[in-house]
Ligand binder design. Structure first.
Ligand SMILES: *Cc1c(COP(=O)(O)O)cnc(C)c1O
Length: 429
């Protein structure tokens, strides 16, 4: 009988290695963030072993006395944070939240408007040809919102023309994965509704900026339903949620359960309640600091000669910065080159890539986010150093200097801030 004890232990050792690596790196994946210690503690609690199903007070499972209280707390705090009449905190991710919305508000064959992936759209908005969830899982016919490369935003006039040419529109999905500037929800909402469409907004990336009042306020600009992830700029546990007007509550609740979830990760629901409280307390300051940091970082990178997208509008109004890296190589090669120097970013499809024959393994750009570095306490001074280091790393000729400068920079930034008590960012043991 072989012993698997060493396999078991080696997983733990690898988790430690991962944390050590990240503690001396620049974690700049725009969809990632870090949670405070009390949220991590709750994530490993007994709640993660339990089932509930259904709505608090109407559960399918026994044993939910305290779980119900926690979920009602998450609901109350979430409604307050997003100034919404209805929230469902049960979707286990942003994609599941989107699938629930599609299921509640449309049927197979209906038309949904969304951005194409090179223009920032997410795979969950995608056509069947690209195995996008909207097409592949719910058989939606996806038509594209028009996009203007120069302003790196939706082209309002051209989109209106496209809508006019369609027979009907069931859903429109604003929001994106490459998301630099607020979308023209106000300008397009009425046109979409006149065509019979429900206006939806995918705030997966920007939920924290919206909650902190620093981006746009979709629900006040004409969006009727908003989905989001709870772990990107909103620095909570990995998960999803949906906010909407009460007129959509019944179909959305049914589409979440039993439609798209059974177990809804009760440990994560507790973490969602906690992050909503953190955001009500610290969110405004955090979101402000994130946007200021992204702008400082982008400005310095551009000064150093990098081709930062969105120049016309000041590069960014979010936590993200997009860089065309074609002067070096492609985004896939640059992602690996940066990773080898402890700079962790995504390669990124950018407008024009598909026409030029580039796809997601070798796109023209990279995307960098400052949400996590900001949560670790970095400010504008550190953003300038970060930009210089990223610029050097892209050059690829000063690897030892890059690694050393990052280690030095990270020395003072090992704690999670914007929470009720600072806690270690990499504390696994
Ligand atoms: C990240 C993202 C999602 C998916 O969220 P998960 O929580 O990872 O499932 C959905 N939509 C957009 C626009 C995203 O960027």
């Amino acid at each position: 009988m072989p012993s698997y004890g060493s396999e078991f232990k080696s997983v733990i050792a690898r988790v430690r290695s991962h944390e050590r690596w990240f503690s001396e790196s620049l974690p700049m994946i725009a969809s990632e963030n870090v949670t405070s210690q009390p949220i991590r503690d709750v994530l490993s609690s007994d709640l993660g072993h339990r089932y509930a199903e259904g709505w608090p007070g109407e559960r399918v499972y026994a044993g939910c006395k305290f779980i119900d209280q926690i979920e009602l707390q998450a609901i109350a705090l979430g409604k307050k944070l997003f100034k919404a009449d209805f929230i469902d905190v049960r979707p286990i991710s942003g994609v599941v939240a989107n699938l629930a919305v599609y299921s509640a508000l449309s049927g197979p064959g209906d038309t949904m408007l969304a951005l194409s992936i090179p223009n920032g759209g997410h795979i969950s908005h995608g056509k069947k040809d690209f195995s996008g969830s909207a097409g592949l899982v719910h058989s939606l016919n996806v038509e594209y919102l028009a996009f203007d490369k120069d302003s790196m935003n939706i082209d309002v006039d051209e989109t209106k023309k496209r809508i006019a040419a369609l027979n009907s529109v069931k859903l429109a999905m604003f929001g994106a994965s490459l998301f630099l500037f607020p979308h023209p929800v106000k300008e397009l909402a009425q046109t979409i509704r006149d065509k019979g469409g429900v206006v939806c907004y995918d705030a997966a990336h920007v939920a924290g900026l919206i909650a902190g009042g620093q981006f746009q306020d979709p629900l006040r600009e004409g969006a009727q339903v908003m989905t989001f992830s709870t772990h990107k700029t909103l620095f909570g546990p990995q998960g999803g949620a949906i906010v909407a007007g009460t007129e959509f509550a019944d179909p959305l609740k049914k589409a979440v359960f039993p439609g798209t979830t059974s177990n809804h990760h009760l440990h994560s629901v507790a973490g969602k309640a906690m992050v909503f409280a953190e955001f009500l307390q610290f969110g405004r300051k955090y979101a402000k600091d994130v946007v200021a940091n992204a702008q400082a970082f982008a400005g310095r990178l551009a000064d150093l000669g990098e081709k930062v997208l969105g120049e016309k509008n000041g590069y960014t109004m979010s936590h993200q910065v997009a860089v065309d890296v074609m002067k070096y190589s492609d985004g896939g090669v640059m992602e690996k080159l940066l990773e080898s120097q402890n700079v962790i970013v995504n390669r990124q499809l950018i407008p024009g890539d598909l026409q030029a024959g580039r796809h997601y393994t070798n796109p023209g750009g990279i995307r960098l986010g400052v949400a996590e570095l900001t949560r670790l306490g970095m400010g504008k001074t550190e953003m300038k150093e970060t930009a210089e280091v990223v610029h050097l790393a892209l050059g690829g000729k000063k690897k030892r200097e890059v690694v050393g400068r990052i280690r030095e920079l990270r020395k003072g930034f090992q704690k999670v801030k914007y929470s009720f008590k600072d806690s270690p960012a990499y504390s696994f043991n």
